[in-house]
Design a protein around this ligand. Structure first.
Ligand SMILES: O=C(O)CCC(=O)C(=O)O
Length: 328
């Protein structure tokens, strides 16, 4: 379901479509110039880490001349260490921070999550390397990873390609209209370690591929079943997935709470955050603007010093004593 963006948040028609289908592709949200700072920052970090691998004798060259789309492909033919070292939410530089709080994205997020906006701790950088097994992501709902308390609320995923995402390089695939019921039972996917919906719990219905051109975004709810395939091209399918939620949901962001917001409480089973392992922050607010994080250094501090709390072990997948809301 593709609708061209209005640049000032989503139109009522876009909102309706998203809520009905569980996903929406928004085209032309960003210009190349909007995305260049984050691409530059990532590229610099790849080159820096590749340089370290060259010094350690693990790589023959940093392959800088190959450019953003191909450099990591060439590096990864010799070692996957560089790609693995930047995967997920490890990078937290100023351009990533500025992308997460970009007004165009916040307008979109506000349309669906309301004006008191938390940037969820779960943001991920995904360099999907050509023909790399760990690049394919099995069928899951993001809520499979989150606290059960947050299942019925919206934690919005904004999936943002930094190159054109196509079926050939492993764009996402979704099952429309399966985002309303209970979260399906998940288990561990061997050998990647990702969560995957259990075969006997897989929502039945036709899936659709969701290619997105650079500059566009795919919006998903936290209960939308989605997956992505292998990258069979020779460029890296670079993407970021960013998440937003209302401040009325559990959050570990340091904010003054308003009446009616869900503060942690063992008695009422309210967890400290929808995803306690990483740090949330307030990204837009009219009612407590002084608590909005605007300093890249503060963002970096939050990302690197957060005291991780595990998520409830709802799928009983490990013997780890997972944090339990009643035992905090
Ligand atoms: O980028 C991908 O291939 C998968 C992304 C994903 O599963 C997610 O954002 O939840």
């Amino acid at each position: 379901m593709t609708i061209t963006s209005t640049q000032t948040g989503l139109s009522p028609q876009q909102q309706e479509t998203f809520l009905r289908e569980g996903y929406l592709v928004v085209e032309d949200l960003f210009t190349d110039a909007d995305l260049q700072p984050v691409i530059g920052e990532i590229n610099e970090e790849v080159t820096r880490r590749a340089g370290e691998a060259v010094s350690a004798g693990e790589l023959s060259s940093v392959f800088a001349e190959a450019g953003f789309e191909r450099q990591l492909t060439l590096i990864s033919r010799e070692t996957d260490k560089v790609a693995r070292s930047i995967w997920n939410g490890i990078l937290c530089g100023p351009a990533i921070f500025n992308l997460i709080r970009h007004p165009k994205l916040l307008d979109v997020a506000e349309s669906l999550c309301g004006p008191e906006l938390i940037a969820s701790s779960v943001y991920r950088l995904r360099p999907k390397i050509p023909h790399y097994g760990f690049g394919a992501v099995p069928w899951h709902q993001d809520s499979g990873y989150f606290e059960p308390y947050c299942d019925k609320a919206l934690v919005l995923t904004v999936w943002l390609p930094l190159v054109d995402a196509t079926p050939e390089n492993g764009c996402l695939e979704v099952i429309p209209r399966k985002h309303q019921g209970e979260v399906a039972a998940h288990t561990t996917h061997a050998p990647t370690g990702y969560l995957v919906i259990r075969e006997d719990a897989m929502p039945q219905g036709p899936s659709v591929l969701a290619p997105v051109r650079k500059g566009g975004a795919l919006l998903l709810t936290n209960r939308t079943p989605h997956a992505s395939g292998l990258n069979t091209t020779d460029i890296v399918r670079w993407s970021m997935d960013l998440r937003y939620q209302s401040a009325a949901l559990p959050t570990n962001a340091a904010i003054p709470r308003l009446d009616g917001e869900s503060v942690p409480s063992p008695e009422r089973g309210v967890p400290v955050a929808c995803y306690p392992p990483e740090a949330d922050f307030l990204v837009r607010s009219r009612l407590r603007p002084h608590a909005v994080v605007t300093d890249p250094a503060e963002f970096q501090r939050l990302r690197t010093t957060h005291q991780a709390r595990p998520v409830t072990d709802r799928w009983r997948l490990t013997d780890t004593p997972f944090w339990n809301v009643r035992g905090q």
